[in-house]
Design a protein around this ligand. Structure first.
Ligand SMILES: [Zn+2]
Length: 619
């Protein structure tokens, strides 16, 4: 799912309290095998009528089967195994009564009609005119809790519907898009048209969809990895010739995206069916399985929703706390596509912007705690689930430092949990097995932890010795110290070179042997690391500090030229070892160095906003 950020903040400020889900109803005791929706719909209203047919396996004896279903619908009748059943529809729950015995299969048919149309992004069913093209559209968006706004649903992620059909009867000027393959299009005696969509792939309740409008069909064909036949990419575009003409270039890119992603991940998840798009003025997109609904064909939106076919649709997050597996990954799909098709600089710029979104939430975690996992605005927090989520997946790749291993781990994860659900722990376990490494620390700090590291690096060069004085703190006190690798680029006359250092303490000093005269240092020039880093050259001109005698055999005196200020004074050896550290306001200090090992020592001082250093020698 992807929605415009500004719209996001606007809505979230206004209507967070109303949108919180009620406590979860008990829809357990049965396992949905098959769902068929037969609905009359139109582009002029969100009114629908028809029936939902559901075949389920009873998993333990029940007196009633419970579906979530909006009270805005009137239930006309309910049949169980073709016989009328009693039912109760209240509090957005539909209870169907009977004697349901474990291991029995049962079929429910629920006839209903009504209009539950809403206007927010998370409204389950919406009718709205596309203002730019003056085309009315009715579309659904069930994620995360709104399937019940258009059909009686078991809104449980772990119970995928094994196969499904969506049969939509619409006015003569309309087309209706949905999941799977188009098994038939029939014109009824009254001229209405019936679109029969059918899928045999397991599907999460929130990925079932429909979109109805005056569309034209523009189909192209991709050749995904491992598929002998070509895969149709069905596009339901508003029936305006100039719109199709001007969109073709963007739509056609879908083919390239499918081929790239399927090569990377070794296969397309729904090869027997299709991929597709239905336009709708939703202000973003939604990755309905094999038929994304979206408001435009922009590069990032199309690539994001397509990447969800692997991460979100084929493998669905096991709970809404695990939303990173959907949105963090789909967002990283944008980065991957940019890098592949537009070049590294575009991808770096994307990641830099993702970091800016993450920096805006210094207390935020990617992990959604269970107590917040019923709040749609927390689940789909753009800064955290999407942008920080993508940034940490990228860092996992960087820390793996081996793309073939990293992508093999992603493929193994997909294979292990295909057509099912996975938790973040499932992902971590798979990742650890494939890489043969313990990644707990990584997930503790970046995924479960809060915020990001704020790092200050002071440097100076003495001959071939580059001395770095590194301090970090977490943007949140909940995660005070991070362990990570940070690339530093050293600039020298005539060139530059990059060295990756390991930061793993609140304070540390490093000495690097570097034979050229460094004129400047920049951190993380390719935006790989989610850290706010400041690099400060130390003043070594001598205007702040005099050290004497030098060389010094027994005592060394430090005279500071600034008065009445707090200073942090660190003495390190040329190998980067910290010899001592103190805080002082004295402008004159003496150190007893009579027992120190002969060598060169550096005094580094932090004082308000100035950093300076001087050295002395013990012969
Ligand atoms: Zn998404």
């Amino acid at each position: 799912m992807n929605l415009r950020t500004l719209l996001w903040f606007f809505i979230s400020l206004l209507i967070v309290p109303e949108i919180l889900a009620e406590s979860a109803p008990d829809t357990s005791g049965f396992d949905i095998k098959y769902l068929r929706l037969e609905l009359n719909a139109s582009d002029t209203s969100a009114f629908i009528s028809g029936k939902a047919v559901c075949k389920s396996l009873i998993t333990h004896d029940l007196q009633n089967i419970c579906f979530e279903f909006s009270e805005k619908y009137l239930v006309d009748s309910v049949l169980v195994n073709h016989f009328p059943a009693s039912w109760m529809h209240q509090n957005n729950l539909l209870n169907v009564y009977g004697h349901f015995t474990a291991d029995d299969l049962f079929e429910s048919e629920i006839y209903y009609h009504g209009n539950a149309g809403g206007s927010g992004f998370f409204s389950g069913i919406t009718n709205k005119k596309d203002a730019q093209w003056n085309i009315p559209v009715t579309w659904t968006l069930s994620e995360p809790f709104a399937a019940r706004d258009w059909f009686p649903a078991k809104q449980v992620l772990s119970d995928k519907i094994d196969s499904s059909e969506v049969i939509l009867t619409v006015p003569p000027w309309c087309m209706a898009g949905s999941n799977g393959v188009l098994a038939g299009v029939d014109t009824l005696p009254d001229k209405r048209v019936r679109f029969h969509w059918k899928s045999h792939y397991p599907i999460a309740y929130y990925l079932i969809s429909m979109a109805v409008a005056n569309y034209q069909n523009y189909t192209l064909y991709a050749r995904p990895y491992g598929l002998d036949d070509s895969l149709p990419v069905v596009n339901f575009v508003y029936n305006i010739p100039s719109l199709l003409e001007s969109s073709k270039k963007d739509i056609d890119r879908t083919k390239d995206f499918i081929e790239y992603y399927s090569a990377l991940l070794e296969g397309y998840p729904f090869p027997d069916e299709k991929y597709g798009h239905c336009l709708a003025p939703m202000g973003g997109g939604m990755e309905h399985q094999t038929m994304t609904t979206l408001s435009n064909f922009g590069f990032l939106l199309v690539s994001h929703e397509l990447f969800h076919m692997w991460f979100g649709d084929m493998v669905t997050c096991a709970s809404w706390s695990d939303i990173w597996l959907n949105e963090g990954f789909a967002s990283y799909g944008e980065y991957l596509a940019l890098n592949h098709f537009e070049g590294k600089e575009s991808a770096d710029a994307w990641m830099s912007q993702a970091h800016a979104f993450a920096f805006a939430m210094p207390e935020g975690s990617v992990y959604v705690p269970p107590e917040e996992a019923d709040n749609v605005y927390r689940i789909f927090n753009y800064n955290l689930s999407y942008k920080k989520g993508a940034a940490i997946l990228h860092m996992l790749r960087m820390e793996t430092a081996n793309d073939s291993v990293f992508f093999k781990a992603l493929r193994d994860y997909l294979q292990r949990f295909k057509y099912s659900v996975a938790s973040v722990n499932d992902f971590i376990n798979t990742f650890q097995q494939v890489t043969g490494k313990d990644w707990q620390y990584f997930f503790e700090q970046w995924y479960y932890g809060s915020g990001y590291p704020v790092v200050q690096i002071e440097w100076q060069q003495i001959g071939n010795h580059l001395l770095l004085n590194i301090q970090q703190h977490g943007s949140s006190s909940k995660t005070p110290v991070f362990r990570f690798s940070l690339p530093l680029t050293f600039y020298y006359p005539g060139g530059d070179s990059t060295v990756t250092i390991r930061i793993d303490q609140a304070e540390q000093s490093l000495a690097i042997n570097f034979p050229r005269r460094i004129t400047g240092i920049a951190a993380d020039t390719e935006s790989d690391v989610l850290a706010k880093v400041t690099v400060i050259p130390m003043d070594t001109s001598g205007k702040y500090l005099l050290i004497y005698p030098n060389p010094a055999a027994r005592k060394v005196a430090l005279d500071f030229y600034t008065k009445d200020v707090n200073r942090t004074i660190t003495v390190i050896s040329l190998s980067g070892q910290v010899i001592g550290k103190l805080n002082s306001r004295e402008s004159h200090l003496e150190l007893d160095v009579s027992h120190w090992t002969p060598g060169v020592y550096v005094v580094m001082v932090t004082e308000n906003n100035i950093r300076y250093a001087a050295r002395f020698v013990i012969p």
